[in-house]
Design a protein around this ligand. Structure first.
Ligand code: GLN
Length: 447
């Protein structure tokens, strides 16, 4: 059914870089046999999933939506996807994204833009825009995305689906092509909160192949699907509702807070300091890590190599110049600059210090509140083409999501209304480290 749906809709929305039609049908057949002979069961057995194109899948093209990986077929599968496969998931294909997950609109993809299923003139958000749009357009039942500074939560918000970025270390990053390693985390994009908890329960695992993977004993996330927020303390950061926030988004999010209050939560406003420093801090650290992570794409080991060159250095230079897009190059230059001797202390080290202060501000907030509630993004989905000309403006749109990655916290995005153009609005629920269950309970009660 989803493959048929894809055939009707893909031309318009372009959610996928690669659709593995034959492979999916073959997997489905094998899984059906296992279900029939009783060797496989569980809620995800036979359910088709779409995977963001920055997670390695054995034998299936994995491009990061970049020309530099146009022919990269991995020899292994990322741990999160393996966990899904063990649970009987059918992998449909790989979804479009901003090149190397750098962007907020899916427009920096080398393989064309994905369109928002609510209105194809608008972007789906990013960088996991293909995953969010595929769920919204019913071109899959759920999808995996990755979130370095909002890339699950923001497209979920723009496409009217539920997205969750888990606590750093909860889902293995093994096989996730790195952008900002200290910030990256894989998570689900789904139709509702129940799906979200079910999928997180399957993909969360301790993995010795990821040195930042955490051994958790509390990954029974579906146990938090409880309709009860009586006595739950919810904090609303005043700083998240000031200048720059679209009034329709503001109204919808505050209305959602009211709903939780009516259901018994204790809702109050508080000051979350340091919000204004989140963007420069994030873009310094993320670019620094990206510049180092992307050194491996040199035209030799895999991927794109320029056709004509004179000598080794010229080959590197031409392959990288031709293989990377403008946004990726901008980040590599920025990252190399802030890490260079003479500037390291002034920029990179300072950003690390501010990151620690941001974490401290959240620690203080979570001494008082179970959940922090706010918007996901300052606006609803912009029109295609609107954001590309002004990268700084695009970076500013990450204001509410990036500090969560800097602090390693879990964040959930859930639809809470629509604007006057009919585009979805999302609200964000933020929890303390390892407290996804608070988010799931609040979101489930709200839904
Ligand atoms: N928009 C942010 C960036 O471009 C976040 C992207 C992400 O989470 N991968 O870096």
């Amino acid at each position: 059914a989803v493959l048929d749906n894809m055939e009707k809709k893909e031309d318009t929305y372009h959610c996928y870089v690669t659709v593995d039609r034959e492979g999916a049908l073959k997997q489905a057949e094998e899984i059906q046999k296992k279900i029939d002979d009783g060797t496989l069961s569980g809620p995800l057995a036979g359910v088709p999933v779409a995977i963001k194109d920055n997670m390695c899948t054995e034998g299936l093209l994995t491009t990061c939506s970049s020309k530099i990986l146009y022919n990269f077929v991995p020899t292994f599968t990322s741990e999160a996807v393996l966990n899904l496969q063990k649970a009987g998931a059918v992998i449909l294909g790989k979804t479009n994204m901003d090149e190397f997950a750098m962007g907020s609109t899916t427009e920096t993809s080398a393989y064309g833009v994905t369109r928002n299923p609510w209105n194809p003139e608008h972007v789906p958000g990013g960088s996991s825009g293909g995953s969010a749009a595929a769920v919204a357009a019913e071109e899959c039942f759920y999808a995996l995305g990755s979130d370095t500074g909002g890339s699950i939560r923001q497209p979920a918000s723009f496409c009217g689906v539920v997205g969750l970025k888990p606590t750093y270390g909860t889902v293995s990053r093994y096989g996730l092509i790195a952008y900002g390693s200290s910030l990256d985390q894989i998570g689900p994009l789904c139709k509702d909160v129940t799906d979200c908890a079910t999928i997180l329960e399957v993909i969360a695992s301790h993995d010795s192949k990821d040195s930042t993977s955490v051994e958790r004993l509390d990954t029974d996330f579906t146990s938090a699907l409880v309709e009860d927020v009586k006595g739950m303390k919810i904090g609303i950061p005043r700083d998240y509702f000031g200048e720059g926030l679209n009034p329709e988004v503001k109204e919808a999010v505050l209305r959602a807070a009211e709903v939780l209050k009516e259901k018994g939560a204790i809702v109050e406003e508080f000051d979350l300091s340091l919000v204004e420093y989140a963007i420069p801090t994030y873009y310094t650290i993320a670019a620094a890590e990206a510049s180092s992570n992307l050194e491996r794409f040199d035209g030799i080991k895999y991927g794109y190599r320029t056709e004509e060159y004179q000598g080794l250095h010229n080959m590197y230079k031409k392959s990288r110049s031709e293989g990377f897009g403008a946004e990726v190059k901008r980040r590599i230059m920025l990252g190399s600059f802030v890490l260079s001797s003479g500037y390291y202390d002034a920029y990179y080290l300072k950003a690390l210090r501010v990151k620690a202060l941001i974490k401290k501000a959240f620690d203080e907030a979570f001494a008082k509140y179970d959940v922090i509630l706010g918007p996901v993004a300052p606006t609803t989905a912009p029109k295609i083409g609107e954001s590309l000309s002004d990268p700084i403006q695009m970076y500013l749109g990450d204001i509410y999501t990036i500090s969560i990655n800097l602090a390693g916290l879990p964040g959930l995005s859930i639809p809470c209304g629509r604007d006057s153009k009919g585009l979805p609005i999302g609200m964000q629920l933020i929890g303390d480290c390892f407290k996804e269950k608070n988010l799931i309970r609040a979101a489930y009660t709200y839904e």
